[in-house]
Unconditional design. Structure first.
Length: 302
C-alpha cells in the first residue's frame, strides 16, 4: 500500500515538473499559464506538503490557496483543493481572556512563543497552529503571567485565561498619642473565675457524705449486733441509740446532696468578669530656657 502511494506521488511530481517547464502546450488551459505562473503553482504545491509535515497548518493553508487556483493544472488543483479542506478543518483557535480578581480586564498584551498576538483582548477567536505553546499576558503595573497550554488540532475557541490577584488594602496604622510612645490598648480579656463559694459547698458536700458513710456503717453494725444478742428484748436505750445513728446518717446524706447541688449551681452560673489591663505610662522631660518641664502620660486603672 505504501509503495503504491509513493509511486503515485512520484508520478504526480514528475507530471508537475514536466508541466512547470517553459514549453508551449496547446490543450486545456495550460498554454494560457505563463512560465512564472506555472512555477508559482509548483512552488506552492511543494511548500504546502512541507508545511503539513511540520504541522504548520497556517502556512499550509496559505500555500494551498495558491495551488488550488483555477490557473493551476487539474492534477495540482485537485490535490490542493482536497488538502485545503482537510487543513482548514484541522486549524484550531483560542480565545484569550484576563481577569483582575473577579473582574475582566481588556488592556492586556498577549504574546505566543515570543511573537505578539494582540495588544487588547476582544473575545474573538484567534487561529493558531496545534501543539504546545507558551502564552505571556502583560498589563501595566502588574507582573506578567505565563501560561503553557497544549492546543489540539480541530479545537475551537479554546479558552486561555490569566488572572491577577487584586492588591490588598493596607491595614490602618494604630493611633499613637504624641509623645506617649505606647500602642493602642488591647481588647480586654474576659474570663469566668470559679467562685470561692463553689469550693466551700463542695467541701461541705464531701464532709457530709463522709458523715453519712460513717454513721450509716455504724448503724448497720449496731443493728446487726442487737439482732444477734438481745432481739427482740433489747433495752430502750440501745434502740434509741440505733435510731439516732440512722437519723444522723440520713441528715448527712441530705446535706451532702444539697451542698453538691449548690456547688454545681454556683459553678455553672458564675458571671463573666474582665481582667484589669496593665497600666501603661510614660515620662518625658522637655528642657526650657530656665529649667525643664516634666510630663507624665498614662492610664489609671481602678
Amino acid at each position: 500500500m505504501h509503495t503504491r502511494r509513493r509511486a503515485g506521488t512520484i508520478v504526480k511530481l514528475i507530471a508537475v515538473a514536466a508541466w512547470a517547464l517553459p514549453l508551449t502546450v496547446s490543450f486545456d488551459s495550460w498554454s494560457e499559464t505563463t512560465p512564472d505562473g506555472r512555477k508559482e503553482c509548483v512552488d506552492a504545491y511543494v511548500r504546502a506538503q512541507e508545511y503539513r509535515k511540520s504541522d504548520d497548518l497556517l502556512g499550509a493553508r496559505a500555500s494551498l490557496w495558491k495551488c488550488a487556483a483555477t490557473v493551476c493544472p487539474g492534477i495540482i488543483q485537485s490535490d490542493c483543493t482536497s488538502w485545503l479542506n482537510q487543513v482548514v478543518e484541522s486549524i484550531p483557535s483560542v480565545v484569550l481572556e484576563a481577569k483582575l480578581g473577579d473582574d475582566s480586564v481588556f488592556e492586556v498584551t498577549v504574546s505566543m512563543d515570543g511573537t505578539a498576538l494582540t495588544k487588547q483582548l476582544d473575545g474573538k477567536p484567534i487561529e493558531i497552529n496545534p501543539g504546545l505553546h507558551t502564552f505571556v499576558f502583560e498589563r501595566a503595573g502588574a507582573a506578567p503571567i505565563e501560561k503553557r497550554v497544549i492546543v489540539a488540532a480541530r479545537a475551537r475557541s479554546q479558552v486561555v485565561s490569566a488572572t491577577w490577584t487584586p492588591p490588598q488594602p493596607a491595614a490602618s496604622a494604630p493611633l499613637h498619642l504624641a509623645g506617649a510612645g505606647a500602642e493602642a490598648p488591647a481588647a480586654p480579656v474576659r474570663t469566668r473565675p470559679v467562685p470561692v463559694l463553689t469550693y466551700v459547698l463542695g467541701g461541705v458536700a464531701v464532709a457530709a457524705f463522709g458523715t453519712f458513710v460513717g454513721f450509716g456503717a455504724a448503724a448497720d453494725q449496731t443493728q446487726h449486733d442487737l439482732e444477734s444478742s438481745c432481739s427482740p428484748g433489747c433495752s430502750s436505750s440501745d434502740v434509741s441509740s440505733l435510731k439516732a445513728r440512722f437519723i444522723v446518717a440520713d441528715i448527712a446524706a441530705g446535706v451532702s446532696a444539697l451542698a453538691a447541688g449548690g456547688a454545681l449551681a454556683v459553678f455553672f452560673t458564675r458571671p463573666e468578669t474582665r481582667e484589669r489591663e496593665p497600666v501603661t505610662s510614660a515620662v518625658r522631660v522637655a528642657p526650657l530656657n530656665r529649667g525643664a518641664t516634666l510630663e507624665w502620660t498614662g492610664a489609671l486603672s481602678f
